[in-house]
Design a protein around this ligand. Structure first.
Ligand SMILES: [Ca+2]
Length: 192
């Protein structure tokens, strides 16, 4: 069943064993954004496939010009197997705050009870600190120049139809790049 559901997604390895991704995205090739859509106000956000990359040559770029709400790149991954599912992405950021928001939803697209979570990562230049005046080691948050992991694990009950994965900006002007998104099943003992 899982294999059939995933046939519509191109170039995805389909592996049932825990710890191996059922889906991975590096945003390369002619259809680099396949499976992903921009869900953000066009008045506040722009998004594109960018040349910056953690692996390969490209990533998904999101520019939050205003910072008064949130906006996302989103993926609706067909999934019918309950269990613990880990979503991991790598983000590079200049200012602001990145968010990963994952929901397990049923066939009506209602969120299943308890099957959602968010993870956040804040830049050390959030909101307007100037690192030139404050040594980086005294600031909370991640370095603007590097790629950083963003991950969470959602426990999914029976009845799941899709995993709704969003990667975006959270209420602050920011420039974000996302690359190397993987979705894998983990054993319950591994889930945190
Ligand atoms: Ca890439």
């Amino acid at each position: 069943m899982l294999r059939l559901l995933l046939m519509g997604l191109s170039a995805l390895p389909v592996v049932g064993a825990a710890g191996e991704p059922i889906a991975s995205f590096s945003f390369e090739g002619l259809d680099a954004r396949a499976g992903w859509a921009l869900e953000a106000s066009p008045l506040q956000f722009t998004g594109s496939v960018a040349d910056a990359a953690r692996t390969g040559e490209h990533s998904l770029h999101l520019q939050d010009h205003v910072g008064i709400t949130w906006g996302f790149w989103a993926c609706y991954l067909p999934l019918t197997e309950p269990g613990a599912w880990r979503v991991r992405a790598w983000v590079r950021m200049r200012g602001g705050e990145a968010v990963m928001w994952v929901q397990a939803r049923d066939a009506t697209r209602a969120v299943l009870p308890g099957a959602e979570d968010r993870a956040y990562l804040r830049s050390y230049t959030y909101p307007d600190l100037v690192p030139g005046f404050i040594p980086a080691e005294y600031l909370k948050g991640v370095n603007d120049d590097g790629w950083h992991p963003l991950e969470l694990t959602v426990r999914v009950p029976e009845g799941i139809a899709e995993l709704y994965v969003r990667l975006g900006s959270y209420f602050a002007p920011s420039t974000l790049w996302f690359d190397d998104v993987t979705i894998e099943r983990v054993e319950e003992g591994e889930a945190q």
